[in-house]
Write a protein that binds this ligand. Structure first.
Ligand code: ATP
Ligand code: MG
Length: 415
């Protein structure tokens, strides 16, 4: 038998309704904040990601699904959402619309990862991107959307970690200090870290290898190297969050896995298992890097599978599957025809109603209604069709009600 590829997941009907629940909550939260949904292609030119996400990131060096298409182009399945949204922002001239441009998305992402808990090869991210404002207020707005999502979904034990990784200017000095710190041990670092030493030593701080992590202990922190503007920006973010009563911790270790971040970076981590559910930050250089006008931006992405996992932990029976209002059982040719028309009319009225489409016996039809927890069952035979009267049974109480056989009447009884 052919099985699904490693790191992918079937989302079966028994789980889909929980997805729909969190998706509809989050959609409302975003849209009430003036965010508009955007959908971009699953695949893009590889160069978009190597330039946007960064040549020295794990994502680009190890995790991309890249292939040549039949026209000889190098194509990559999107490993993250921001680069594609930025490309679309530029290509569609969104810069000429009134700022800020506030977008959100829910899209599947593809990364060739070491599959483990919370780490898949096809996963979904729900995210937001805000273009055209360099103000600390935009950083705060994004962070508060994250706070709101966890609150609205009733998910406790979420910790907000915050850092600033400055701008290219503060980073130059910092990277020198970091290289000095690493240099004496450089030979002992993993091969990937060695290749990043010259080009992008900050990536070494994000290495997941145990020995590299150990050697990184005591490394200089970027917060000590922030330029005046970056420091002031970060101070304002912290003050505003404090004034808004949001708990956060400064984590100087956050560098994030993607190269485009500048200034504020943040993560929402579940304290139950230490998994990062949401990660984001400012990326003031990315739009220009990808070929647009110099445009500041900030955003975040949530791992939807991870979000659903913590949601389920605390919300056992909140998301409810839709229950069948009515099952129309029938026997005989005339009754079948009548039932078919009746069901179509009831569906026009918004009733969740089913009837037999397998040409099964009455007994088998009752069994189906019962197994699928129908709230009411209406039984039709030739007599009922003749007299235009029939009985509806309330499956919970066992009570039977006689009704006129028309859609309005039936809808009134069961709704
Ligand atoms: P990490 O350091 O954990 O690999 P990252 O820096 O690669 O994270 P982002 O690219 O910023 O993470 O992704 C944002 C969020 O998307 C993560 O916090 C996580 O919730 C989710 N995510 C990232 N990679 C995966 C994956 N392979 N499977 C499931 N969810 C993921
Ligand atoms: Mg990663």
């Amino acid at each position: 038998m052919i099985q699904k590829p490693k790191g992918t997941k079937d989302i079966l009907p028994d789980e889909v309704y929980k997805w729909q629940y969190i998706e509809s909550k989050i959609k409302d939260i975003f849209e009430n904040a003036g965010m508009k949904e955007i959908r971009v292609p699953v695949f893009e030119h590889t160069e978009l990601f190597s330039r946007g996400v960064g040549e020295t990131t794990d994502v680009v060096q190890k995790e991309m699904y890249t292939f040549e298409d039949k026209g000889g182009r190098s194509i990559t399945l999107r490993p993250e959402g921001t680069a594609g949204v930025v490309r679309s922002y530029i290509e569609n001239g969104m810069a000429s619309q009134p700022t800020p441009i506030k977008l959100w998305y829910e899209m599947a992402m593809y990364r060739y990862e070491n599959v483990q808990k919370g780490r898949l090869r096809e996963f979904r991210q729900i995210g937001t991107e805000v273009f055209g404002t360099s103000s600390y207020l935009a950083d705060v707005e994004c962070i508060m959307l994250g706070v709101k999502i966890f609150k609205e979904l009733n998910i406790p034990n979420i910790k907000l970690n915050l850092n600033s990784i400055g701008c290219p200017e503060c980073r130059r000095k910092y990277q020198e200090a970091l290289r000095e710190f690493i240099r004496p041990n450089l030979e002992k670092y993993c091969d990937t870290c060695k290749t990043r030493f010259e080009k992008n030593p900050m990536r070494i701080l994000d290495c997941k290898e145990k020995k590299c992590k150990e050697m990184n202990q005591g490394a200089p922190i970027i917060l000590d190297y922030l330029c005046d503007d970056c420091r002031e920006h970060f101070d304002k973010v912290k003050k505003m969050l404090t004034d808004l009563g949001v708990d956060f911790e400064i984590d100087a270790g956050i560098v994030r896995g993607l190269d485009y971040y500048t200034r504020t970076v943040f993560e929402f981590v579940s304290e139950d298992d230490g998994l990062t559910v949401l990660g984001g930050g400012r990326y003031d250089g990315l739009v220009k890097e990808v070929g647009g006008q110099d445009t500041p931006a900030v955003g975040f992405a949530m791992g939807a599978e991870r979000l659903l996992e913590v949601f389920e932990r605390y919300n056992k029976d909140v998301a409810k599957q839709k229950v069948m209002d009515l099952y129309v059982a029938n026997i005989g040719e005339k009754a079948n025809e009548f039932a078919t028309e009746l069901v179509l009319k009831l569906r026009d009225k918004g009733v969740f109603v089913e009837k037999d489409i397998c040409e099964r016996s009455l007994k088998a039809q009752f069994k189906y209604a019962d197994k699928n927890n129908a709230k009411f069952v209406l039984t039709l035979g030739d007599d009922e069709v003749e007299t235009k009267k029939a009985k509806i049974k309330n499956m919970q109480s066992g009570e039977e009600i006689e009704v006129e056989l028309n859609a309005d009447e039936i809808a009134k009884v069961i709704m």
